[in-house]
Ligand binder design. Structure first.
Ligand code: UD1
Length: 353
């Protein structure tokens, strides 16, 4: 393998790519980094590059926001020219965002090999855009790196041949382990002693006015007992403004840089979220996590970790918060290979190819 091209586009991609880029750089293999521009705000993108020490992208496709079809198609159109010009031996894609599937599709048509980091995760819920992205990307990939063994089982079940599947562990946890000491030394900056950390951005939770109102009312109830610290994703901020909803009871923040957010996670009494990656980070940290979804593509965070799915059941959410405040939180076991060396394993495999 002489030349590896990486594609990143959205916030969670940056956290996953950083350890892989570092490990491959240490092995002296030529790399090119392409940012699709799916996320473009300073605090959704640039700050992550700085804190995770990711090199400046060689190419930025500057695709920006749009409908799924527009965003995916526009990335494909612009990325095809880059692949033709740069001629990589292999393209590495990350996670399940639109940038991931768009790049994989371009490469498969150009007969360029694709490696997928975080392969095999399945929520079995095809109403989630990410599930479609996962299924398609995995079908198109030549080499599949899984974070947990349920991923291997899902891929085998879908007919992916065993020799393409590599259980390497969780690259997101590599980044966490590296930067946790820095995060833990962050000043508290007037934060309450005990708080719930909230993140929300799934279309199913925030795009529907009734659903969003119900969630915010439920959080308002919880705020009587526990302060709510809520860094707000741009999509969610827009919806709250569109629907004219009341957030007076919450400590609202703009989306946070990686280290500051990690610091909040490690200090939270409970994390209430609909994110994918945060289910994993809280499991590693041993912090209770209540996930406002009816399913998860990361079942190990429920079976081994601190995660509980509360779905759209507000009574369950309130009951679980009470349970946690009463000292009855789940205990966790660290899942296999969530040890800080997943990026190294991926680099070793690519080097041998
Ligand atoms: C995307 C991913 C999701 C991931 C999330 C992390 C897909 C299908 N979804 O969702 O899996 O969990 O990123 O954040 O790829 N916006 C800004 N500034 C930005 C980026 C977005 O203002 O830098 C706004 C725009 O109004 C945009 C909206 O946020 O329309 C949604 O952004 P988009 O990238 O389409 O999807 P996310 O909801 O961020």
């Amino acid at each position: 393998m002489n030349h590896i091209l990486h594609v990143v586009g959205a916030r969670p991609n940056f956290v996953k790519a950083a350890p892989v880029l570092r490990a491959i750089r240490e092995r002296g293999i030529r790399q090119t980094l392409v940012h699709t521009g799916q996320h473009y705000d300073r605090n959704m993108s640039d700050v992550f590059f700085t804190q995770l020490e990711i090199p400046e992208p060689d190419v930025n496709l500057e695709v920006g926001s749009g409908s799924h079809a527009f965003q995916t198609a526009e990335i494909m159109r612009r990325f095809e020219a880059v692949v033709l010009e740069r001629k990589p031996d292999l393209v590495v894609v990350y996670g399940d965002v639109n940038s991931t599937v768009a790049a994989a599709l371009v490469c498969s048509k150009l007969l360029v090999q694709v490696g997928h980091v975080e392969a095999g995760l399945r929520s079995f819920d095809r109403t989630m855009p990410e599930e479609i992205n996962r299924i398609v990307t995995d079908q198109l990939s030549d080499i599949l790196f899984t974070p947990s063994q349920d991923g291997d089982a899902n891929l085998l079940h879908e007919g992916v041949s065993r020799d393409r599947i590599h259980f390497v562990g969780n690259v997101m946890i590599d980044s966490l382990i590296r930067l946790l000491p820095v995060a833990e030394s962050c000043a508290r900056n007037g934060l309450p002693e005990r708080f719930a950390l909230v993140t929300l951005h799934r279309p199913s939770n925030v795009d529907d006015a009734d659903r969003l109102r119900e969630i915010l009312e439920c959080l308002t109830g919880i705020s009587e007992k526990l302060s709510i610290v809520f860094p707000v994703h741009p999509r969610t901020r827009q919806r709250i403004a569109d629907f004219g909803m009341n957030t007076d009871r919450f400590l609202l923040f703009d989306p946070m840089p990686y280290i500051e957010f990690l610091s909040l996670q490690s200090r939270a009494a409970v994390v209430i979220t609909d994110s994918g990656g945060i289910q994993e980070e809280t499991t590693y940290l041993g912090v209770p996590c209540l996930t406002m979804r009816t399913n998860t593509e990361r079942p190990i965070t429920v079976t081994a970790g601190t995660n509980i799915l509360v779905g759209d059941d507000r009574k369950k959410l309130i009951a679980e918060v009470r349970n946690i405040l009463d000292g009855n939180a789940k205990k966790r076991v660290t899942p296999p290979l969530w040890d800080g060396y997943a990026g190294e394993r991926i680099a070793d495999i690519l080097q041998q190819m």
